[in-house]
Structure formats: C-alpha cells, structure tokens
Write a protein that binds this ligand. Sequence first.
Ligand code: TA6
Length: 287
Amino acid sequence: MMTSATNKPGIEEIDFHGTPALRLNGPNDTSAVISKLGAQLLSWIAADGRERLFVSKKAIFDGSVPIRGGVPVCFPQFAGQGSLPKHGFVRTRQWDVEAQRAGDDYALLTLTTSDDAASRAHWPHAFKIDLTVMLEADRLDIEFGVDNTGDAPFSFTGALHTYLRVVQVEDVTVEGTYGVSYEDKLTGEVKKDSGTHVSIEAETDRIYRHVTRPLMLKAGNLTVGIQSDGFPDAVIWNPWVEGCARVKDMEADDWRRMLCIEAAVASQPVVVAPGESWSGRQSLVPL
Ligand code: TA6
C-alpha cells in the first residue's frame, strides 16, 4: 500500500492523560504512544486499526505509582527479587528523548535516563539505560540497553513487562513453551511444560527459563507473535479475579482483558562490567 503525504511516518509530542508523551505515526496508519514517564509504551495500534496493548482505565498517570499497563520497564530488579522497590525504580522516572527519526517505512524513538542522586540512594551504581521503540507496518520492536558508566561491575534483573490486550483471557492460548522449565511463583515449584500450549484458567505467574523459541499469543482474532533476543526468560502473568481485586489501579474485570508476556532477565542476574553494555529486545508481530 502506498503511504500518502498526509500519513507519512513521523513523531509528535502529545499529552496522554496529563503526562508528556510522544506519538509515533508509522506506515499504514500504525501508531504507538510512549510516555516520558517510565519510557512506557502505552498504545500500539497495528495496521488492522486495533489496539494491541492493555492499559487499565484506573491507571494513574501522575508518577506517584507506575502506570498500570502498556510496557513498563523494570530495572534494575525484577519483581521482589532483592531489596529495591518492586520491579526497580525506573518506571516512575521522567526519561529524556535521545533520538527520534522516521522514514517512509518506519518511525523510531529512543528515550534514556541515567543515575542521579535519587537513583544512587536506592542503588549505588553509575548507569545509562535506553529504550528504543521502532514501529513498522508489520511489527513493533522494543529494545532495552544498559550501559555501565561506572568503574565497578554491577548486576541487574529486569523486564519489559508487556501487557497485551485480549478480549477474554479464558479463550487465550500461548504457544512456544513446550519443554521449557518454569518457576511457578505462586507455589515456588519448578516444572517443565509438557503441553502444546498454556491456557489461562486461574491466577498465573510463571518465569519460563531460557526461552529460545518465539511465543505466540492466540487470542481470538488478536494473534501476536512474540520474539525476544538477549532476554533469557519469559514471564507469563495474569492476576485472575482475586489477584486483580487486590490491585488498586485495576478495574474488577481487567484480569480478563490482559495477559502479560514479558521479556525478562529473572532467573539469573546479568553482570555488566565497567564500560560495557548489555541489550535485549522484544519484538511483537501481529499475525
Ligand atoms: O511480572 C509479574 C509480576 O511480578 C507479578 O508477580 C505481579 O505482581 C506483576 O508483576 C505486577 O507488578 P506491579 O508492581 O506492577 O504491581
């Protein structure tokens, strides 16, 4: 399909629920919105015109808590795996624009943040992290980079905590985990997946270790392929009815409309030597 002059890819500053954000207008009427708060992707409309990310109607955008939905960036700690605030501290930071550009067939944005007195009060390391979102007609790539700018090594865990929108999570299957070991965070057990797919039939919180194949979320007519590079693990999370009721910034039936499939460093921390970098990517492909 030809891209007309009026919908040529580009990037614009917008206000999204009161928080400064950027909208990537991609080819074939695709778009993505990324908040400067947390460098959080909050919307991705694929070429079929449908929103693919879930954001709760009860999400809070004032920076007092992380925004509930989209793609939160968890760093330098995954979940409660350490003494830092849950999922680290970069979800409520204001990030800066480092790069933005668009061509006929893509729009790209990079946001960055680095250590300061506030971060060092939590975590005594010098770092620079960046998140790049690249929007094309038929895919969205989210790349997370970590630079150690100090003179001592550090280790981190983290995730791109992607909330995918589904119509009814009970009807969803996730393929690609056959034979992969996972930690069931609800029971502490380590098991190996032996079925052709995962169905969501109750609260689910699993860390799949060393995932090498792409995953496929089949959610009625909202199928998405999920490929990650660099991130060793994949997390599948749905709070179900009771878990959702415990989350203040979710509506009672939000559990039904979302499934988190996260690209994660969770089973083992990554060590970054001084002056060295690490990067990982999650790619989402509407199918
Ligand atoms: O990645 C899954 C998880 O760690 C769950 O255990 C659940 O707590 C979820 O993240 C949401 O965490 P949040 O801090 O955003 O409420």
